[in-house]
Design a protein around this ligand. Structure first.
Ligand code: 13P
Length: 253
């Protein structure tokens, strides 16, 4: 990681996806205990399934580990069966929210415009959004990775992000849960392209927005990935479910 006075602390966020029952709180407690005892360079967040949000926030109350949601609806409230609003995430103790994850873009057909409206809702509720982007394997093989990712970034980031705390996460779809990762040169190239748009859109603020990498981040590869130019942290799936692995990644930042 290239650190300068204007570089914010890196962010290491765990995305538990649809994993985790009550017993998983023990893993989060172990993370919090270790982070409290030996404060890392990075900010640390855990984004559990919605059922665990409130309990996790209570468990981690006063601890230096933030809690986040994995999605929110663009409306503040309403007749939207099965959905959860940004204000509800805040009410449950969340401070951040992951938006536009490929598992939602792909699985639920979420467009960039919908993601942008969710970002607006998150900001209105006081949440720090982590906005995801990433190309499929076919798109990468067709040489379209940069064009796809920059298109997603251009269209998923509303102007109201100016001056607000937020992060971007680059997660190539083919690297998620597969054990595959891009080369650090490939990660650096995409992050550079994202950075250029952030600077074009948000000026100096855009220069300091953390760009996380996600997709098969493990204890074994975290140090190398996190040392890559313009990588400002990691969005960690599977390896965030076990305190030992997540802590190894946190401490690699
Ligand atoms: O999708 C991810 C995080 O949002 C990455 O998941 P894995 O770390 O399990 O590959």
């Amino acid at each position: 990681m290239t650190v300068s006075l204007t570089t914010p602390r890196p962010l290491i966020a765990g995305n538990w996806k649809m994993f985790g029952l009550e017993a998983s709180l023990d893993e989060a407690r172990a993370v919090a205990a270790a982070v409290s005892e030996a404060p890392p360079a990075a900010r640390v967040a855990i984004c559990p399934p919605a059922t665990l949000l409130h309990r996790l926030a209570e468990t981690l109350s006063g601890e230096p580990v933030l809690v986040g949601g994995q999605d929110c609806h663009p409306a503040a409230q309403g007749a939207y069966t099965g959905d959860i609003s940004a204000a509800m995430l805040v009410d449950a103790g969340a401070r951040l929210v992951i938006l536009g994850h490929s598992e939602r873009r792909g699985g639920y057909g979420e467009s960039c415009e919908l993601v942008a409206s969710k970002v607006e809702a998150a900001l209105a509720a006081g949440l720090e959004p982590i906005i995801c982007c990433g190309e499929s394997l076919a798109q990468r093989e067709a040489g379209q990775a940069e064009a796809i990712v920059t298109g997603q970034i251009r269209n998923s980031l509303p102007a109201s992000l100016a001056g607000q705390a937020f992060a971007v996460a680059y997660e190539p779809i083919w690297a998620i849960g597969t054990g595959l990762t891009p080369t650090t040169a490939d990660i650096a190239a995409i992050h550079k392209a994202i950075r250029a748009i952030l600077v074009e859109r948000f000026g100096d603020h855009g220069a300091s927005v953390p760009i996380l990498y996600g997709g098969s981040v493990k204890p074994e590869n975290a140090a190398e990935i996190l040392a890559t130019e313009d990588v400002g942290g990691a969005l960690v799936g599977g390896a965030s479910l076990k305190a030992k692995d997540f802590l190894a990644i946190i401490n690699a930042a």
